[in-house]
Design a protein around this ligand. Structure first.
Ligand code: FAD
Ligand code: FO1
Length: 488
């Protein structure tokens, strides 16, 4: 590694593998979780290392044939964002973007060998698949190659915040807040690298690639309302018309738990999940307006920094982060003690997926997720807890919840999602409550509780309208397609 003052704080970088060779070949950034140019510490580090060693730098992205059940909704959103990213990269930084299809453990080592790379920079995800791919890539690359991992997703790098599994937000919050002054800092803008990549930018047939994934994943169609890409993400955060920090922040602390006011939420999770916006940027901009909306900003930062980074902590330090085995002992015990308690209803995964339960409120939340792709945060808790109540046991409940959550949520397959399901069903990061049938000491939520909090009938009819509109739009798309076929 070139010995000069690193532009990226050393705490944010982990040397996963120290190659034997000098940094004489190109630098490659394998972009995975942080799919953005602006405010991306992994990209900043890759360009910095390339400039210091006077070598070129490129970005490589691997499109998996299958990724945790992702369908048209998620892959379309991701690829349309990447298409914009490639265009901006080319025009503003002249950094090539290589898109590979298949298994990263094959495509990434092949590419490194082909271009004679000396340094591989990766961003960071705590998910087991990603970690095993990274290990395999380290085994396969030439021994001269160095591999760095940069936590570009968390504001306080995961391994700096804590070296162990944290019990709750309470135990992590203090550690994070102590480190924020050091890590919640402005990010440097990226300049075009000194040395240009030898070959020109490989042409990528985006329309074809996108059409393929949309056709293959048609079962879960794309969302019209959620515009992909970095610019759209900034609009959601800061847009003059409907930006969260510019026009919607005042209702965040009062209305964020009201499913009838989805606009009170930031709406950032699709962009944070795909890394199309940096949480650090969101926090820096939120702090700029903190004096006028102190409570709202503090609540937002609690969710987006402490809760979100607590989820990465759980998924990284608990290998069984999506299973009952990953729950705390007290929770597993109480759930098993009540596993055979009589359930008022028992539904199959298919009945739940089709929203065919006796509870109209629960059905509405399921339909909001299926058709709108983003269930209100408050309803996600009720939704998951009812699945525990209406299935044969906690393992099945957890498996069904994660399956549905990852299949239909635009922000699914995320550590926050695994923790959301584990919190709801197995009490992860929660405390024990008064024991009751089925739930044992797991926190209980019910219809009456929702009725006390918000207008349940209003939410049910709101979702009915939403579903009607989305079905009407789908019918129009089909008619359009038929009309086009007839014309040709
Ligand atoms: P805001 O309230 O505006 O939150 C801003 C950001 O803070 C979110 O984007 C998210 O990054 C973070 N955040 C907010 N609440 C939480 C939380 N409870 N835990 C961790 N981070 C949080 N979040 C996902 O990103 N993907 C999921 O698949 C997901 N599944 C969930 C499933 C269940 C059963 C539960 C209870 C929660 C789940 N969450 C998930 C967490 C939370 O519901 C969503 O992050 C939030 O509703 C996203 O909408 P928003 O960005 O508009 O929310
Ligand atoms: N990242 C990739 O590098 N390649 C993919 O093909 C890919 C697909 C994908 C589909 C759905 C989804 O929600 C995320 C996806 N990611 C992909 C992004 C990345 O894996 C996420 O950051 C992790 O799921 C969270 O750590």
């Amino acid at each position: 590694m070139a010995n000069a003052i690193p532009v990226v704080q050393s705490g944010r970088i982990r040397v996963v593998r120290q190659g034997s060779g000098p940094l004489v070949g190109p630098v490659v950034y394998w972009m995975f979780r942080d799919q953005r140019i602006r405010d991306n510490w992994a990209l900043i580090h890759a360009v910095d290392q390339a400039n210091k060693a006077n070598v070129p730098v490129a970005i490589a992205f691997n499109l998996f044939d299958q990724f945790l059940g992702a369908k048209a909704r998620q892959l379309g959103f991701m690829l349309r964002g990447l298409e914009k990213l490639q265009g901006n990269l080319q025009s503003t930084l002249q950094i090539p973007f290589f898109l590979f299809q298949g298994e990263a453990i094959d495509t990434i080592p092949n590419f490194l060998k082909e271009c004679g790379a000396s340094l591989l920079v990766t961003d960071f995800s705590p998910l087991r698949d990603v970690r095993s791919w990274k290990e395999k890539i380290c085994e396969r690359v030439d021994e001269s190659v160095t591999v760095h991992e940069v936590d570009a997703h968390n504001i306080v790098p995961l391994w700096v915040a804590s070296a162990k599994l944290e019990y709750s937000a309470r135990t992590l919050r203090g550690k994070i807040n102590k480190l924020l002054p050091e890590y919640l800092i402005e990010l440097p803008a990226i300049e075009p690298p000194k040395i240009k990549w030898s070959s020109s930018n490989p042409p990528i047939d985006w329309p074809k690639i996108i059409a393929d994934v949309v056709r293959k994943g048609a079962e879960v169609p794309e969302l019209e309302w959620c515009e992909p890409g970095e610019d759209a993400a900034f609009e959601v955060l800061m847009g003059s018309k409907k930006g969260f920090l510019t026009t919607r922040l005042k209702t965040y602390s009062t209305d964020r738990n009201n499913p009838l006011k989805p606009q009170a939420l930031s709406g950032l999770s699709p962009y944070l999940h795909f890394g199309q916006i940096s949480a650090q940027r969101c926090a820096l901009e939120a702090n700029k307006v903190r004096k006028n909306y102190t409570q709202a900003v503090d609540t937002f930062l609690e969710e987006m920094i402490v809760r979100r980074e607590l989820s990465d902590n759980f998924c990284y330090y608990e290998p069984q982060y999506d299973s009952l085995l990953g729950a705390w002992e007290w929770a597993r015990k109480t759930l098993m003690e009540h596993a055979s308690d009589k359930r008022e209803h028992i539904y199959t995964r298919e009945q739940l997926e089709k929203a065919q339960t006796a509870d109209p409120l629960w059905n509405a939340s399921q339909l909001e997720m299926v058709h709108y792709g983003k269930m209100h945060g408050f309803m996600r808790m009720y939704w998951a807890k009812k699945i525990l109540e209406w299935t044969n046991g906690p393992e099945e409940a957890l498996a069904i919840t994660i399956y549905l959550n990852d299949k239909y949520h635009i922000d699914g397959r995320d550590p926050s999602g695994y923790v959301g399901c584990m919190w709801s069903i197995c009490g992860v990061h929660d405390q024990g409550w008064r024991e009751r049938p089925v739930f044992g000491k797991i926190r209980y939520m019910n219809y009456a509780g929702c009725k006390r909090k918000f207008n349940v009938e209003g939410y049910i009819s709101y979702v009915k309208r939403l579903v009607g509109e989305s079905k009407k739009r789908k019918a129009e798309v089909i008619l359009d397609k038929k009309a086009k076929e007839l014309r040709n």
